[in-house]
Design a protein around this ligand. Structure first.
Ligand SMILES: C[S@@+](CC[C@H](N)C(=O)[O-])C[C@H]1O[C@@H](n2cnc3c(N)ncnc32)[C@H](O)[C@@H]1O
Length: 223
């Protein structure tokens, strides 16, 4: 199904509720909306203190099962909300690759890395259809509130599968259908859809138990 490009006002509404994407389109849209939100205003929304109680970042990172020394990707990392947690989880011997399609988000993450001394974190811009990762080079991939932005998700999942080492894991966290937060309902993906996409790409999957009030969490690992 091809959905129309989301008008900027709808994007701003979504940002106000903790999701969106500064200039990125939601799934299956080919064009970018005019009148993009200001990145700094977006950052203020994404990093708002009240997010902590519903986002539960420690719990999300625990579900990712990181170990010291691992290489972890945060795909669609945005303003870098999860980076301090991921940086700590892999410790000094590990690496965090913070990928985003938007230059403005990567600039914000660069500043966060310097400000918070996150020396094992490397932000970079990636193309919309490719995480640009070396085959079998990463151990974990965290994708929060971003999977629904991708246009060709099975093909994208195949690329993630190829980038993961044996024992690797991808964790997708996205908004429930009935959440008061998140993008417009028509852009949300049901867990069964995400499971089907990951399995089509060759992952084994599990819908994880968690206590996130507005989101689900799905793990995909290499069979
Ligand atoms: C709703 S934000 C979530 C940001 C972050 N994961 C968080 O939870 O705070 C979605 C992010 O995904 C990025 N994004 C959208 N499409 C992308 C793509 N194809 N590849 C990489 N990043 C993408 C957007 O630029 C935006 O920063």
């Amino acid at each position: 199904m091809t959905l129309p490009a989301i008008p900027a006002i709808v994007l701003l509404t979504a940002l106000g509720s903790g999701c969106g994407g500064s200039s990125s389109q939601h799934s299956a849209t080919a064009t970018r909306p005019e009148g993009l939100p200001d990145p700094q205003a977006y950052a203020a929304k994404m990093d708002a203190k009240e997010r902590y109680w519903w986002q539960r970042p420690e719990q999300v990172v625990e579900l990712l099962q990181c170990e010291p020394g691992m290489t972890v990707v945060n795909l669609g990392a945005g303003t870098g909300y999860f980076l301090p947690y991921l940086s700590s989880a892999v410790e000094r011997s590990g690496r965090v690759l913070a990928l985003d399609v938007e230059r403005s988000m990567v600039d914000i993450m660069d500043r966060r890395v310097t400000r918070d001394h996150l020396y094992n974190v490397s932000p970079s811009v990636v193309p919309p259809d490719d995480p640009a990762l070396t085959p079998r080079s990463v151990d974990r991939v965290l994708v929060v509130n971003t999977w629904h932005h991708l246009s060709h998700r099975v093909a994208y999942a195949e690329k993630l599968l190829g980038a993961l080492r044996p024992g690797g894991l991808v964790l997708i966290v996205d908004f429930d259908q009935n959440s008061p937060k998140g993008p417009p309902v028509e852009f949300r993906l049901r867990p069964i859809t995400v499971v089907g996409e990951l399995e089509s790409a060759g992952f084994s999957t599990q819908v994880l138990e968690e206590s996130l009030p507005y989101q689900y969490a799905i793990a995909g690992w290499i069979q």
